[in-house]
Design a protein around this ligand. Sequence first.
Ligand SMILES: Cc1ncc(COP(=O)(O)O)c(C=O)c1O
Length: 487
Amino acid sequence: MVPDRQNRTPLFDALVGLAESRKVSFHTPGHKSGKGISTRFRKFVGSKIFTIDLTTLDEVDCLQRPVGVIKEAQDLAAEAYGADHSFFLVNGTTVGNHAMILSTTSPGDEILVARNAHKSILTAIILSGAIPRFFPPAYDCELGILLNVTAEEANRAMERHPNARILSLTSPNYYGVAADLRAIVGEAKRRGIVVLVDEAHGPHLHFHPRLPTSALDAGADVCVQSTHKILGGMTQSSMLHLRGGDIDHSRVTRLLNLLQSTSPSYILMASLDLARMQMATEGEKLLSKAIGLATDARDRINRIPGLFCFGEADLPDGGFSLDVTKLTISVKKLGLTGFEASAILNAEFGIQVEMADLFNVLVIVSIGDRRDDLDRLVEALQSLSVRGPGQRSVAPIPPPLPPMRDGFHVSPRQAFFGPSEHVPLSKADGRISADIVAVYPPGIPVLVPGEELETSTIDYLESLAGHGARIDGVLQLDEPQIRVVRD
Ligand SMILES: Cc1ncc(COP(=O)(O)O)c(C=O)c1O
């Protein structure tokens, strides 16, 4: 039974109340409720939005020291998600991951990290000075994607590194594949290990029984969610949730105050307030519709020759579950790469997918989609299929990560900030990377500072670059260059 108070939107109401009070503003923002905004901007978006683009004022509270409507809105979010404390974030899950790692590790601490981590987990580790102990996610050669970590692999990592007191997981992944969090968290808790979950792709999980178990429901201590990626939050709006007594709430607050802007956007924060209300009051209904649309589309796509869109039953053993609102559509049997299919869908059919990789395009179905949208997708995919096979078959490539390393020659922080130089990628064999090298999307690091470059990694990067992937951390000069630790 949802408490009536979940219908409330204290922060949004306070913003509207202040906007309607028509007080004269001699404070920031300089556009003064839109009166100074460019006419072109106002003509396009309308004028109301600017009246709630406010700054820290008594009536609308202060994110750094919330005591009024922001505190109320965060408390309602905590109640809705089953957290002890929830924090509104205005720099995406990126800033939440930074606060999560920095508030739980100190320089030199060992941290167990599932290697399907987003770049923001690694940049947090660079900043903190912690030493990562990576363990690998499973890779499915057939689907051509990284799945998630298995409980066995997580247990092995905990066994191998008894000094590591923190475990960082990423679940679900970009493709919606979730790890068996209940099993992993259960074992971690038995060993007294604190569990952090990057749940960027899972702010909706808690609100529907057909979706994978959410991090907090599985017993994790902290999770960070991109409300903007999946729900009704505006871009950059995310939340961090805490549960249980193993994490110092005041340290998280301090870290967030150190990292976030002192001028947080009230529009972003109001969107979090409203997205929480929407999920708490009608989340299950809205998500049922999205799940229905996605399930129907998956069935239709699987009837199109040359295409394949995996479902939960197609996942191999490993305790994985699937957020079925994600459609990963394999186009390799059409003789196209996912990058090529994505470009054709965009240019010829006006369909923009979330991302592409070598074999697949990824489509996110959300509470914002209508049946027509999915019909258009399916029709476009049918046209793609009847064109017949492309010119070549896509060569299988090795699993997209270098072998896991237990030891680091230097910490990621030392490697990143210490003396370094650029060398051609082709001549970097045996050198220590000074940068994160990540393939976009989804931004999972292939190399982190402190790791040694091996021929297999270099070959992998060169092969992906050849297929049109964007690689961050490699300078695309005449010859690709990479920053390495100076010998
Ligand atoms: C798993 C994961 N974590 C974190 C992030 C960063 O989230 P945000 O864009 O909200 O900062 C992303 C972005 O794609 C992601 O995929």
